[in-house]
Design a protein around this ligand. Structure first.
Ligand code: NAD
Length: 345
């Protein structure tokens, strides 16, 4: 297939691009190259004839339409977004512009393209979203695809809005859409403002490791390569009009996650004192969701998909990758906002 992947210079999008090219698909990577992007993430496929890059902002409707006309894709995998909750607290406007209006522009351009092509049944608009649209869980229960939406942050509200637009374009115009909502990702090429890279990089620098609140918030961690595999599975075998929750089946409290990373570092890069001595509890994020957990039944039962690594295995691979790729992360540490506490409101 010829895939138009938006946000392919970001963390998850680049994993999708690398895997899709490896699977033999043609890939057009559309990205505005914001602070969160890094073309190094796709350097391993950049020379392939089956790969093309379009520097384009999804807030620019005419530019998005032109990309569809130039490339005539068979499917869209839409990952471009503002993705950092803390930044959404400080500056929600950009999240509405990109995640809501940008998705609207993309839907309109995809729909016009699909109509021009004679409404092919095999066309897909695959929208990649988050489990954060469901809000926060208590100690029990899991999110299913039928859990009501109850987003709590400007980020998750903007993603929820975009999910609703995608659903409506499927119901109203017949555009063949599919939606996935996944849990927190981690792995290679994760931008150094997110929790897991912050822990690894602060530990290596001998700096305080900040943990929000008491570290009791629970996330269901998904290794990014597993997520990319799940997305390509849904794209090819998912049912039109359906949504799929993708989880790692790896729930952990933040504090336990941080201690696991410190223990792996103690083994791979030992210091005089254990890295966990750097842990420091800091002011919590306002509106911080307590727990997310995915019920994976639909992905398992209908598409026979499940994650390939445990949290321990995935974290080890991730720590090893950061130890081996210092040039990559050093270059990103100078970017605006990185290493600064954001989102205290
Ligand atoms: P990221 O921030 O690493 O990458 C986002 C990419 O989108 C960047 O390359 C950026 O340049 C691009 N982009 C931003 N605004 C754009 C615009 N206006 N036009 C074109 N490109 C633009 O994000 P990520 O972590 O890779 O997340 C990708 C998608 O997956 C997002 O839609 C996010 O909501 C969703 N998601 C992420 C997670 C996670 O744990 N990271 C979990 C669930 C869902």
């Amino acid at each position: 297939m010829k895939l138009l992947v938006t946000g392919g210079a970001g963390f998850i999008g680049s994993a999708v691009v690398r895997q899709a090219v490896a699977q033999g698909h043609e890939v057009v990577n559309l990205d505005a190259l914001t602070y969160a992007a890094c073309l190094e993430n796709v350097a391993s496929v950049a020379d392939q004839e089956t790969y093309a890059f379009e520097h384009c902002d999804i807030r620019d409707a005419a530019a998005v339409e032109a990309v569809f006309e130039r490339h005539a894709p068979d499917a869209v995998m839409h990952l471009a977004a503002e993705s950092h909750v803390d930044r959404s607290i400080d500056g929600p406007g950009l999240f509405i512009e990109t995640n809501v209006n940008g998705t609207f522009n993309l839907l309109q351009a995809a729909r016009a393209h699909w109509e021009r092509q004679g409404r092919p049944e095999g066309f897909r608009f695959h929208h990649i979203s988050t489990d954060e649209v469901y809000g926060s869980l208590g100690a029990e229960g899991q999110f299913t695809e039928d859990t009501p939406y109850a987003p709590n942050s400007p980020y998750s509200a903007s993603k929820a809005a975009s999910d609703h637009l995608v659903r409506a374009w499927g119901e109203t115009y017949g555009l063949p859409v599919v939606i996935t909502n996944c849990s927190n990702n981690y792995g290679p090429f994760h931008f150094p403002e997110k929790l897991i890279p912050v822990v690894i990089l602060n530990a290596l620098a001998g700096k305080e490791i900040p943990v929000y609140g008491k570290g009791e918030n629970v996330r269901d961690w998904l290794f990014v390569e597993d997520h990319a595999d799940a997305l390509l599975t849904v794209l090819q075998r998912g049912e039109v009009g359906r949504s799929y929750n993708i989880g790692g089946e790896n729930e952990a409290r933040n504090i336990d996650l941080v201690r696991m990373i410190c223990a792996i570092l103690d083994e791979l890069r030992p210091q005089e004192r254990p890295y966990s001595s750097l842990i420091s509890f800091v002011q919590d994020r306002p509106g911080h969701d307590m727990r997310y957990a995915i019920d994976p039944s639909r992905m398992r039962g209908e598409l026979n998909w499940r994650p390939s690594v445990t949290l321990e295995q995935g974290l080890r691979k991730t720590v090893e990758w950061y130890l081996e790729n210092e040039v990559w992360w050093r270059a990103l540490q100078d970017r605006e906002g990185v290493g600064v506490r954001l989102g205290k409101a």
